[in-house]
Design a protein around this ligand. Structure first.
Ligand SMILES: Nc1ncnc2c1ncn2[C@@H]1O[C@H](COP(=O)(O)OP(=O)(O)OP(=O)(O)O)[C@@H](O)[C@H]1O
Length: 808
C-alpha cells in the first residue's frame, strides 16, 4: 500500500492549526484532516498502480505494433487497385499505432501529475452551500481526482469554475460562474493547508485574503533560480487576470513584484485547462525580455502539469526575419550605448533618432510613404544572369506600374513575381541554345548522362534511331544545365528579391527634406539631419541599428504583405512597457487571430524607445473600444515591507504601491571615498550575506562594461559569475549582472554596485535604478563612491540606514 511506502506514520510531528479567530484548532479536527489526507493519498496510490499497469500494457502494445508493423499490412503493388489497398492498410496500421502512442503519452502525463498529488494532494478547502442545497466540501489541488467509483471529486482542479470561490471570497455569501450560469450560496469555511510528503505541516482557517500566514511562509523563503507556481496563494486581484476570458486585449499595469509574470503564467495554465479540447500549448506565445528570463520561468507550467508555451524575445523574431541580410544590432547593445556613450559625438542625435523611429509618427510616415510608392518611386534591382541583365530594374518598374493600381501593393508584387517567373521560363528556353550550355554539357559527369537517359526512357522517348536519340538527349541535358542555373534565380524572384528594400528604406534618409512629404507639421526631431547622416552611414556598412530594425521590417511587410501566424491564439507580452508603438502594431498584425495579454510597469520602462510611450495606450489604441480591459496591481509581494517602503520613494506616484507585510532589515546605503574602498565594502557585504545563508546574491551594475570591471575587481577574492546578454540561465551563488538584464528576475539579496551621481544622476536613469533595487526579496544594499545618486535624496531618510560616512 502506497501510504506505508511514503511513511505517513511520520506525520505526527509538530503541527500548526490556526482557526479564524487566531486560536489553535483542536487536535481532533487536525487528526480528521490528516486521516482524510491519508485516504486520498491511498486512493492516489491505487490509481497510480492501476495506471502504471495500464501504461505498461500499452507500451508493450506499441512495441509490438512497431515490431510487427508489416505483418498486418498486405503489401501488393501489382496494380493501381492493389497499391491503393496497400496504402489504406498501411494508413490504418499507422493510425492504430499513433492512437496507442497518444494513450501512452497521456497515461505518462497523468502519472506525473498523480506523483505530484501524492506529495501534496491539495492546498485548500472551502465548505460551500449552494442556495437550497446541503454543504459540500471542496478540496483544491493542482489537478482533479475522482474517487474509486469515479463519482465524487476528492480533489478539484484549482482551475475548475467552483474553485474560483476560494480565490475570490472570504467566508460568507459567495458566487461563481459555472457553464450553466451564476451559482450563489454561502461559504462556511475556507481553510489552507501546507501538506508535504502526505503530512499536514500546517493548516489555517482564513478570512478575507488568502492567508497572510501562508503567503508569509512562501514569500519568506529563499529565492530560487526558477520561478515557482503560486496557485495556493493567488490573490483576488490576480485571479481576475488569470480567469479573464472576455477581452481581446488585457492590459495589466502592476508595481514591481506585484505578480504580473506569475499571473501571466497561471493564466496560461488556466487557459490550457479551460480550453483543453481546442487549445494546445504551442498556440500560446510569450514574449519575454531576455533569454535568461525564459529559463527562469520555464518550470512553472510543468510544475502545474502543463506543457510550456512557446517563448521568444522580440530580438529573436527580428533576427529570424532580418539576420542574414544585415549585421543587426541587438537591443542590449543599443541599451549599452544609450547608458554609456553620453560623451560621444552624435549621441544626442542618435537618442532622438531612437525615440522618433519608435514612435507612431514615423510609423504613419512609413504608411504614407508606402501609399505614394503605390503610384511612383518604387526601387527595383536588376535581375542578372552570367553578368548580363536579364530584366533591368527599369523594366521591372514599368511592369509593376502597368499593373492595376487599385490593387494592394503586396498583391501587385505577387502578380509581378508571377509574370517574371513566366518570362524567366522563356528566357531559360532561349538560353539552352547558347554556346556556354554546350560547353557545360561536355563537362557533365556520367551520372548526369545516366539521369538524362533514364528520364527519356521513362517518358518512352527513345526511338532506337541514334540520331534522334542523340538530339533529344542533348536537349534534355541543355535543359538540365540551364535549370540548374535558373533555379536560384527563380527562388530569388519568388522571394521578391527584385525589390530593393534597402534603397527604399534608405530613400527616407538620403535627403533630410524627403520625409517631410509624409510627416505632419513640426513632427521631426530637431537633429533630423544628423539622424539621416548617421542612418545612411550605418546602412552603407550593412549595419542595421536596433531602432531601424522594426521600421525596416514594417516597410518590407507593408510592401510584401504581412507574414501572419494564424495558429497562435494567445500572445503574452511581459515587460510590455519596453515595447514601442511600432512593435505592438507589429505583434498585432503578426498574430491576427490571437488575444493579447500585456503586462507592464511604467516605472520600469528603461529603454530609450519606451520612454515615449504614453502608458500602454499605444497598444490599446490598436483595438476597438470595448475590446480591451485594464487591471492595476498595486500590492508588491516580492520584497520585504522595508525594501518596498524605500524603493517606492524613488519614483513619482510610489505612494500607491502597497507593501505586503513581511518584515526584514531596512536597506543600507554605504559611501566609499574611492573605488578601492568601494570594492572592499562590496566584497565585505557579499561575505556577510553569504554568512547569513542567502542563496542568490546579485551585484547589480548599471552596464555590461561596469559589470566587467566589477567582476575583475571582485573575482580574485570571491567566487562569482558574470552574467551577459548571451547567458541563458543562472545558478545559485553570487552573480554580477547589468541592470537591464536583471529585468523580471529576483534575488535573495541585491547589492547596487555603485549608486553614485555619475551613474544614476540623469532623469532617464531613475527607472533603471528603481528596476535594479526592486529585484531584492530580502535584503537591499546600496554602495556608492563620491557623491550619492540624487534619487536617493528624495527617499524619506527613515526608510534606510546609512553605513559608514554619511553623504547627507
Ligand atoms: N499570490 C502570490 N502568492 C505567492 N507569491 C506571489 C504571489 N504573487 C506574487 N508572488 C511572488 O512575488 C514575486 C514577484 O512576482 P512576479 O515576478 O510575478 O512579479 P512582477 O510583477 O512580474 O515583477 P516585476 O515587474 O518586478 O518583474 C515572485 O516571487 C512571486 O512568486
Amino acid at each position: 500500500m502506497i501510504s506505508q511506502e511514503i511513511g505517513i506514520v511520520k506525520c505526527f510531528a509538530r503541527y500548526i492549526f490556526m482557526t479564524r479567530s487566531g486560536d489553535m484548532g483542536t487536535n481532533q479536527e487536525w487528526q480528521e484532516e490528516q486521516q482524510r489526507v491519508e485516504r486520498v493519498v491511498d486512493q492516489i496510490g491505487k490509481q497510480i498502480d492501476t495506471l502504471q499497469q495500464y501504461a505498461g500494457e500499452i507500451k508493450a502494445e506499441v512495441v509490438d505494433i512497431r515490431k510487427n508493423f508489416w505483418d498486418d499490412v498486405t503489401v501488393n503493388f501489382d496494380d493501381a487497385h492493389e497499391a491503393a489497398e496497400t496504402y489504406a492498410s498501411m494508413k490504418q496500421q499507422a493510425e492504430v499505432l499513433s492512437e496507442r502512442e497518444r494513450s501512452h503519452r497521456h497515461a505518462k502525463e497523468r502519472l506525473t501529475t498523480l506523483g505530484r498529488l501524492l506529495q501534496s494532494p491539495y492546498f485548500g478547502r472551502i465548505d460551500f452551500a449552494e442556495a437550497g442545497e446541503k454543504t459540500e466540501r471542496i478540496y483544491l489541488g493542482i489537478a482533479s481526482l475522482l474517487d474509486e467509483d469515479e463519482e465524487d471529486f476528492l480533489i478539484y482542479d484549482w482551475r475548475a469554475p467552483i474553485s474560483s470561490l476560494y480565490y475570490d471570497y472570504p467566508p460568507g455569501p459567495a458566487q461563481y460562474e459555472a457553464p450553466g450560469g451564476t451559482i450563489t450560496g454561502m461559504m462556511e469555511l475556507k481553510r489552507q493547508y501546507v501538506i508535504r510528503n502526505s503530512c499536514i505541516r500546517s493548516m489555517f482557517d482564513t478570512g478575507i485574503t488568502i492567508g497572510d500566514e501562508l503567503l508569509q511562509e512562501v514569500l519568506g523563503k529563499q529565492a530560487n533560480t526558477q520561478m515557482k507556481s503560486i496557485v495556493a496563494t493567488i490573490q483576488k486581484e490576480q485571479n481576475r487576470i488569470i480567469r479573464n476570458e472576455r477581452s481581446r486585449l488585457l492590459i495589466v499595469q502592476g508595481a514591481a513584484g506585484s505578480g504580473k509574470t506569475s499571473a501571466a503564467l497561471q493564466r496560461v495554465a488556466y487557459l490550457l485547462y479551460r480550453y483543453r479540447e481546442t487549445l494546445q500549448a504551442e498556440q500560446i506565445v510569450l514574449f519575454s525580455p531576455n533569454p535568461m528570463f525564459n529559463s527562469y520561468v520555464s518550470t512553472v507550467l510543468p510544475e502545474l502539469g502543463e506543457k510550456n508555451m512557446q517563448q521568444t524575445t522580440f530580438q529573436e523574431y527580428l533576427e529570424r526575419r532580418l539576420g542574414k541580410s544585415f549585421h543587426l544590432e541587438d537591443t542590449f547593445a543599443q541599451m549599452e550605448y544609450a547608458l554609456s556613450a553620453m560623451d560621444e559625438l552624435g549621441y544626442a542625435a542618435r537618442i532622438e533618432g531612437i525615440r522618433y523611429k519608435a514612435g507612431s509618427g514615423f510609423m504613419e510616415a512609413i504608411e504614407r510613404y508606402v501609399s505614394v510608392l503605390g503610384k511612383e518611386g518604387m526601387i527595383f534591382k536588376d535581375i542578372k544572369f552570367r553578368g548580363e541583365v536579364l530584366f533591368s530594374a527599369e523594366y521591372i518598374k514599368e511592369q509593376f506600374y502597368a499593373l492595376d493600381s487599385t490593387l494592394r501593393i503586396s498583391n501587385r508584387i505577387k502578380l509581378l513575381a508571377d509574370k517574371l517567373l513566366e518570362e524567366l521560363k522563356e528566357r531559360a528556353r532561349l538560353e539552352q541554345m547558347k554556346p556556354w550550355v554546350e560547353d557545360e554539357i561536355e563537362l557533365l559527369d556520367k551520372e548526369a548522362y545516366l539521369e538524362a537517359y533514364k528520364n527519356l526512357k521513362k517518358k518512352n522517348r527513345y526511338t532506337e534511331n541514334t540520331f534522334d536519340d542523340f538530339e533529344r538527349e542533348r536537349k534534355l541535358l541543355a535543359k538540365m544545365v540551364v535549370q540548374k542555373y535558373f533555379k536560384p534565380l527563380q527562388k530569388r524572384v519568388k522571394q521578391h528579391r527584385f525589390l530593393d528594400m534597402l534603397a527604399m528604406y534608405r530613400q527616407l534618409f538620403t535627403n533630410p527634406q524627403y520625409i517631410t512629404r509624409f510627416t505632419l507639421h513640426d513632427e521631426l526631431p530637431e537633429r533630423w539631419t544628423d539622424i539621416c547622416i548617421q542612418t545612411i552611414e550605418r546602412l552603407e556598412r550593412s549595419e542595421l541599428a536596433y531602432e531601424d530594425a522594426t521600421p525596416y521590417l514594417y516597410l518590407q511587410e507593408q510592401l510584401e504583405g504581412f507574414q501572419a501566424n494564424t495558429l497562435v491564439r494567445h500572445v503574452f507580452i511581459d515587460e510590455a512597457q519596453d515595447y514601442s508603438p511600432f512593435q505592438f502594431a507589429f505583434i498585432k498584425r503578426l498574430f491576427p487571430r490571437s488575444k493579447v495579454t500585456a503586462l507592464g510597469d511604467l516605472n520600469q520602462s528603461i529603454y530609450v524607445h519606451a520612454s515615449i510611450n504614453d502608458g500602454l495606450s499605444a497598444l490599446s489604441s490598436l483595438y476597438e473600444e470595448g475590446e480591451s480591459e485594464a487591471f492595476v496591481l498595486t500590492r508588491s509581494y516580492r520584497s520585504t515591507r522595508q525594501i518596498v517602503e524605500f524603493t517606492r520613494g524613488l519614483i513619482d506616484g510610489g505612494e500607491e504601491i502597497e507593501p505586503f507585510n513581511r518584515d526584514g532589515d531596512k536597506p543600507t546605503v554605504t559611501q566609499a571615498s574611492d573605488m578601492t574602498e568601494l570594492i572592499r565594502s562590496v566584497a565585505d557585504r557579499i561575505r556577510i550575506l553569504q554568512a547569513a545563508g542567502h542563496q542568490t546574491i546579485a551585484v547589480i551594475c548599471k552596464t555590461a562594461k561596469e559589470s566587467q570591471d566589477a567582476y575583475k575587481a571582485l573575482s580574485a577574492s570571491i567566487p562569482l559569475r558574470l552574467i551577459g546578454k548571451e547567458t541563458s540561465s543562472y545558478e545559485t551563488g553570487v552573480l554580477i549582472i547589468p541592470s537591464y538584464l536583471a529585468k523580471g528576475v529576483e534575488f535573495d539579496a541585491v547589492i547596487i554596485y555603485n549608486a553614485s551621481k555619475t551613474q544614476y544622476g540623469r532623469e532617464s536613469e531613475r527607472k533603471l535604478f528603481y528596476t535594479a533595487c526592486t529585484r531584492a526579496m530580502h535584503e537591499l544594499h546600496i554602495h556608492f563612491v563620491e557623491e550619492m545618486s540624487p534619487f536617493i535624496y528624495r527617499v524619506p531618510s527613515e526608510t534606510y540606514s546609512v553605513v559608514g560616512k554619511s553623504s547627507n
